[in-house]
Design a protein around this ligand. Structure first.
Ligand SMILES: [Zn+2]
Length: 177
């Protein structure tokens, strides 16, 4: 997998370009949720494979991942951000691209498609990072890239790392103040 948070680099540009058309929290939660089962499989290792298949398939992106992300986007993450907003004087706790992400929420349909864009982008991007991706489950796993192509793997990781660092630095760290 690409490091979980780096998946945001794929969806943040949508919010940067069209902040009224997308929900920042929905995009971000959708983009990371497929990996958040990892703590769960440490407790119950026997479920690692079935859980990975569900969370990293297109079917999962529209069902299992979507439902978890919807609950988190509506009821959990805004409460955490509001806590930072109320207790800290640093606006980076609730601003991205200079926009207050608690004030600028999308309508329910906007939240729904923002989450789906996030979850779908995660499972598609992970085709590059997993030895065999179950993206089209129940069809057979996609084997790309072949394991021996190390340079391709380094390129894929390097690109998403740079994109994440650039976007986080410019639009969150600098512009959020
Ligand atoms: Zn993943």
């Amino acid at each position: 997998m690409a490091f979980t948070a780096f998946h945001c680099a794929l969806v943040w540009p949508l919010f940067i370009l069209r902040p009224k058309r997308f929900d920042f929290i929905g995009l971000s939660v959708g983009a990371v949720i497929p990996d958040l089962f990892i703590p769960f499989v440490y407790i119950l290792p026997a479920y690692e494979e079935p859980v990975r298949i569900i969370t990293h398939s297109l079917i999962g992106a529209f069902t299992f991942d979507f439902v978890l992300a919807l609950v988190a986007t509506l009821y959990v993450v805004p409460k955490v951000i509001r806590y930072f907003k109320n207790t800290s004087s640093d606006p980076r706790g609730y601003k991205f691209a200079g926009i207050d992400i608690l004030e600028q929420r999308g309508s329910l349909p906007v939240i729904v498609y923002s989450i789906l864009i996030g979850t779908t982008s995660h499972v598609l991007l992970d085709i590059l990072y997993h030895g065999g991706s179950p993206v089209f489950y129940p069809l057979p796993s996609v084997m790309f890239p072949p394991d021996e192509v190390l340079s391709l793997e380094i390129f894929a990781h390097g690109t998403i790392l740079l994109a994440f660092v650039y976007l986080a630095y410019v639009y969150w760290w600098k512009m959020g103040r």
